[in-house]
Design a protein around this ligand. Sequence first.
Ligand SMILES: C[S@@+](CC[C@H](N)C(=O)[O-])C[C@H]1O[C@@H](n2cnc3c(N)ncnc32)[C@H](O)[C@@H]1O
Length: 261
Amino acid sequence: MNSYRPAHNRGLYQPRIGSVVLVGGGPGAADLITLRGYRALMSADVVVADRLAPVGLIEELPMGIEVIDVGKQPGRHTRTQEQINSLLIEHARMGRRVVRLKGGDSFLFGRGGEEAAACEANGIPVEVVPGVSSALAAPAAAGIPVTHRGIADAVQIAHGHRPVAQSAWASVAGGTCTLVLLMAVAELKAHVAAALTAGVDPSTPAAIIESGTLPQQRITRSTLEALPALAEALGVQPPAVIVLGRVAAADALRAFVAQAS
Ligand SMILES: C[S@@+](CC[C@H](N)C(=O)[O-])C[C@H]1O[C@@H](n2cnc3c(N)ncnc32)[C@H](O)[C@@H]1O
């Protein structure tokens, strides 16, 4: 006979600890979340969502799942990272299954590592469900392979709020490395100036993908040198991914195939 008895029958007090699942929600389109992420989301008690978490997914949530929006938006009172960590821990301590839903992948410029570490330090079980990052998905949705045999054999992904490392510009200047910039729209002019100073060819192909995978997706192609003026003229808006390198040229793949055959 099974000798298992629930804790309350053994006279022990055992608080029910919940858990936190960090779910990468994908780049924007609701059907680009992974199946595992979707299942976690649908079985959550509470969803703590970011600004770039796919809106369509939140709209699909069954009634009864609490949604807490902690998205950082200009001009709005926002929670600090410490407050978000505390919120996750507090809800898990109430025995709830908490899903932390983010855009793309939680571990790529998503502060997922900090949230996982805070939960673990407080004895909260954490699971990480990888997501499809905009760094790869937005170029892919625009038909740009970030690597391509014979054209680019490496890719670097950089944060555009800070100056890009000289080593990254050197790789792009070498001609076979693609550079993908996230969060770089506001500083585009400064990045291009730094690239040119670092010796990157002004005619290097460049592309901007705004709202990748969403109905309003827009692709702008240019050269490195001409990109800031064009972006300004077109009113390019975040969220956007910027791709620098030979793969960004509209005819790069066709030209390569023609050359090889
Ligand atoms: C804080 S980072 C988060 C990145 C996210 N963790 C990921 O893996 O995609 C936000 C930046 O991701 C990029 N981004 C996110 N969603 C995007 C989309 N649908 N289209 C283009 N860029 C996007 C933009 O550069 C945006 O400023």
